[in-house]
Write a protein that binds this ligand. Sequence first.
Ligand code: GLN
Ligand code: ZN
Length: 752
Amino acid sequence: MTSTTVLGYPRIGPERELKRATEAYWAGRAGEAELLRTGAGLRRDVWTGLRDAGLEQIPSNTFSLYDQVLDTTVLLDAAPARFRHLSGLDAYFAMARGADGIPALEMTKWFDTNYHYLVPELGLDTRPRLAGGGGAKPIAEYREARALGIETRPVLVGPLTYLLLAKPAPDAPEGFRPLDLLDPVVEVYAELLERLAGEGAQWVQLDEPALAADRTDEELEALRRAYDRLAGLTSRPRLMVATYFGEIGAALPALAATRVEAIGLDFVAGPGNLQALASIGGLPRRTLVAGVVDGRNVWRTDLSKSVSTCASLLGLVGEVVVGTSCSLLHVPLDADAEPDLDPGLRARLAFARQKVDEVVLLGRALREGHDVIADADGDVVARPRIDNRVRARLDALGDGSVRPDRSVRFAAQQRALELPPLATTTIGSFPQTAEVRRARADHRAGRIDADAYEKVMRAEIDRVIALQEELGLDVLVHGEPERNDMVQYFAEQLDGYAATVNGWVQSYGTRYVRPPILHGDVSRPEAMTVRWTTYAQSRTRRPVKGMLTGPVTMLAWSFVRDDQPLGETARQVALALRDEIRDLEAAGIGVVQVDEPALRELLPLRRSAHAAYLEWAVGAFRLATCGVADSTQIHTHMCYSEFGEVIGAIGDLDADVASVEAARSHMELVTDLREAGYGSGIGPGVYDIHSPRVPAVEEMEESLRRALQAIAPGRLWVNPDCGLKTRGYPETEAALRNMVEAARRVRDSLSS
Ligand code: GLN
Ligand code: ZN
């Protein structure tokens, strides 16, 4: 027997209905009833759509008004104390977005995806209980589907993953860990399962992606404890524990030792799962949900290969359910909504709808034989475009990635740039005015011609340059008015990349992104930034810093071809950037920044894979940046607070200056970097651009003085912690003025 399922489905709606309804509710333009009605309509469409596509096991409770982890916090009645005077949607959205001075829950990345969840804050005063009782969301949605005549499998964030993603509440006692709440939390799940059984639910899916990362023995023991308890309930639905995003290693025997009826394994991100399953002698009496259709990327499945994976599984387990590797939340909804794409590329794509069809087809192939996929498999042969010139150049370059010693470069750059100690600069973008945004949109839509567009952009550059001169900054930027997004801007100009019109994916809450698709060999038909940067340079005698997005970030925020290792693709992007940097240099630009905010983000979940990742990531950055004269100064920028695990890699990038968001004190950041062997320039962000607050001169002066205890003045840079594009001009001007003044005061005191 075989069956078919998906682990989850996009909930935003084909026309982004959820975003519109939610934002209307926030703005007071629509009431609660209207928002809830939109949600119900979207759920109905998903369920009936999956049923009509022929999918046999349909998930429910994959809908969320904001985030499924937040939903779980609500389900467990585990809101932090500061929200407890609120209820219903007020409490829900206050946790998501903050309200009346109450800060929101922290938001962070869901494993190594671009989805962000709200971090639960648990403490000793967290008293887990089933909020809403019989009306709790998973129960309500199960009933709702039932009323439509559709039997569903409610999906829950598993108790272990939930607790491992949580952090201690600020007032929790020293030493408290969220996992300490395992037993009371599991009791809530137990009650929920009993109630779902009472409603008639046959199966429940518990998501435990935390098992794809390294886990301690203690955590595996907690896993066993939790699922022994849940599987031991006398009245409950059958349990399916879904793991995804990688190989589950030691968690597999732990899970197999419990009496859960089904285990989901990801055979896309975790090819080793097959071997792991074989090595424990299979699961002869269990159901295996075989994640063979990639839930995280946009490519059509190699159906023959998947059929043979499933066929080998048939010999190892009691029953195979063909499924997706993870929830389809991470891919856009419908490739048929992209009529403008090149037909060759279009034929290679499968978004959520097409992936459901693939799952259904694979189920038929397992039952009826291989023939049913023969036709469908035909056009998968469409291969990515190969560019032999790019490949030959990369071969010839080899490593191509060494610059002379940094002290030699430092001296050459001192001579060329004549910068003062504690040089001041910004991270690239300036506030994006309504006028700039309008001009970009008008140009795109053909409402204004290239000349008119050029005029608006040049006027903005003039204004940004004049402002920076007036403020007294040392290294200027052109302000990035022509860019909507730091990845899309370059993707649109590179061959081998394509953009979608409807390919929205939820990043968090109502923020959706449309990642470009890197589908073939990458090359640069012509210079991408030179005319803007040189125009800016023509308006000032001070050095203007060129601004590029690095290879790792270009991959991290795109859907990337999966027919070759990421490292190879990164080298192609790096080569295009290397050419761009050379063109900038030849046009008289002496400083170039290559942003890599995603360096930490792509770090694999398993520690054992870190070194190999960092090797190609660092290699690609160096390939991009090492083709320049000693006197050309390479900057990089990173913005995340927890960069402990990549701190060594920051040095290996071998940039001349790194500006980094400094979450902890600036001194500590500088010290950590130096201790990790970093010897180049450092710009620890001296103020937080994420808030409109204007920091006082004294505050930044103090930060700089502390940083100077660990670094020489000639290597200390003074800058905000990220780009300014989300800020307004008034606070930006005021903050930068104070920042320049702080640098001046510290400089003066050094020379006296
Ligand atoms: N140069 C980019 C900017 O200033 C960097 C953005 C980022 O780090 N995310 O907007
Ligand atoms: Zn940044």
